[in-house]
Design a protein around this ligand. Sequence first.
Ligand SMILES: *[C@@H]1O[C@H](CO)[C@@H](O)[C@H](O)[C@H]1NC(C)=O
Ligand SMILES: *[C@@H]1O[C@H](CO)[C@@H](O)[C@H](O)[C@H]1NC(C)=O
Ligand SMILES: *[C@@H]1O[C@H](CO)[C@@H](O)[C@H](O)[C@H]1NC(C)=O
Ligand SMILES: *[C@@H]1O[C@H](CO)[C@@H](O)[C@H](O)[C@H]1NC(C)=O
Ligand SMILES: *[C@@H]1O[C@H](CO)[C@@H](O)[C@H](O)[C@H]1NC(C)=O
Ligand SMILES: *[C@@H]1O[C@H](CO)[C@@H](O)[C@H](O)[C@H]1NC(C)=O
Ligand SMILES: *[C@@H]1O[C@H](CO)[C@@H](O)[C@H](O)[C@H]1NC(C)=O
Length: 488
Amino acid sequence: MAETQGFILSLLVFSGKFWWTSSKVLLPELNVTCIIQDDCVLPCSFRPTGTVVIHWYKQQIPVHSYYYHKDQFGLQNKHFSGRTSLFNSHISQGNASLLLKRVKVQDKGRYKCYTSTRKGNQEIFVNLDVKAPIQSVTMEMSDEMVICTSHNIYPMPRVIWATEPTLAQEALENSTIRTTDHKGLFTVESMLRIVGNLSERTYFCSFMSADKSQVWTASRKNQDDITHEEGQPLSISCMAPHSLLNFSLTWTISNPMEQTLILKFDNRTGNMVNLWEEKAVLNQDLLLQGDGSLLLSKPDSEEHSGTYTCTFSGLQGRHIVQTKVNITVASINVDEKNQQRSWWSTAASAAFVLFTIIIALPLCLRQRALEARKLSYRYNGAGLVEGEPKLNRDPNSSTSCNGEQPGAEHTKEQAQADTHDDQFNDAHRSASCNGTLGPDSENEEEEKQGECQTEEQDVSDSESFEQNGFINTEPELHLAETSSRPQA
Ligand SMILES: *[C@@H]1O[C@H](CO)[C@@H](O)[C@H](O)[C@H]1NC(C)=O
Ligand SMILES: *[C@@H]1O[C@H](CO)[C@@H](O)[C@H](O)[C@H]1NC(C)=O
Ligand SMILES: *[C@@H]1O[C@H](CO)[C@@H](O)[C@H](O)[C@H]1NC(C)=O
Ligand SMILES: *[C@@H]1O[C@H](CO)[C@@H](O)[C@H](O)[C@H]1NC(C)=O
Ligand SMILES: *[C@@H]1O[C@H](CO)[C@@H](O)[C@H](O)[C@H]1NC(C)=O
Ligand SMILES: *[C@@H]1O[C@H](CO)[C@@H](O)[C@H](O)[C@H]1NC(C)=O
Ligand SMILES: *[C@@H]1O[C@H](CO)[C@@H](O)[C@H](O)[C@H]1NC(C)=O
């Protein structure tokens, strides 16, 4: 009996000034984990009987108080200022939970919820743990080093390196730097020295959260450079390191100037955006098996040379494959073609000059004289020129100057087979235009212009010398499109 009294007495002494300690209820401690910057509820309840006094403490620091039916901020530590509240409308139902807003690293700790009513008082302890989850991991690669970085993490994560094909753990010479900012968040930067050939391996770095619930992995492979001949199909490989569930894939090309998106695929929607359309394709069936290789059907040295980056982004991870591609001009073939062309060009020009001197020039001169006579006759007779059909429609007039006479057929074909001098042709055409009219009155000037335009059109419509004249200046154009290309 005396022992029991002694126990109660010591209990009373231990619990200090509160006389109604005898009815104190001991409850298990609660554990709460909150995400930094989020709002967080520290739970606490009591048996409601009339008026209540509520005090929240963190260790000995006053966090929040409530009595006389209202919040009391007089003693509140300024660390919590403006960030705490109770669920006031629920207090009468026995809810003394604390709402802590914009949780900080420093909020971590053991909190006490003290409640006191007529029926007695009570203490509940709540352990608040905080964390800032890993949100991204970036990986950079130079010739000697791989560097992985992640920011704003709490608590400190672990970094694990790996390669594929594997290297012994001892060979992975790594060093990790951890820094904290004023908020107490960690930035972790880990470096791995590259052993052997960079392009031989895929490098992985994983950041694992302290509670092991989260693993973020960045991986990267810098493939061997590709040198490839223009016009030949080229496949640039990109394999996902492991099966991916929800992922997106992007291909970009970059040169020193800029980075350009080529295509984008989202596995969740099945949506593919291809900005290179016919020039680049990606097999969607293979892609779902983790093969995101890009096929360039007809690469061009100017447009398609550069650094290609393929990025698989998945849940808590990112895999990058980078390939430098140099599309070279097919130098030998082009030289040969040019040589051939220049030979033909010379031969054809010579033939044409000869043809002109021997046949066309006398004809043309005769024609000019004839037309001048015809025109002056028409002017004198009808007095109106505008309504008249154009002179060059007359098969006997200017066409003959373009060498479309039956007698010139063979020479024309030869010239068409390849080329003659562009300049010569221009001179020739303008000569035929000038030849159709005398140099006098304004009316005549108009007529002359109209006629020359019509003639040009006629000439380009019918595949005649101007067409072939392109070949000298723009060989590719001719190869690609045999006709109906207006003069550049
Ligand atoms: C709270 O966490 C501590 C360890 O931190 C553990 O011993 C205790 O059992 C936990 N309590 C509950 C209610 O989960
Ligand atoms: C108190 O009320 C709030 C708001 O309704 C609720 O989120 C919380 O869980 C309640 N706590 C207890 C211990 O009932
Ligand atoms: C990295 O370095 C640490 C110590 O510096 C070592 O324990 C670890 O095995 C190394 N390798 C990997 C893969 O993390
Ligand atoms: C590294 O790769 C290059 C080609 O990319 C090769 O020529 C060289 O032999 C390789 N070196 C080693 C040590 O494997
Ligand atoms: C993948 O995405 C779908 C649709 O958005 C979602 O329902 C599913 O939970 C996601 N799977 C994982 C593993 O996140
Ligand atoms: C996303 O990828 C998974 C696995 O590769 C595949 O089973 C699923 O069909 C894909 N979803 C779409 C919309 O393509
Ligand atoms: C591409 O290859 C050609 C021929 O090998 C070379 O002359 C040129 O410098 C290379 N260009 C780049 C950017 O590497």
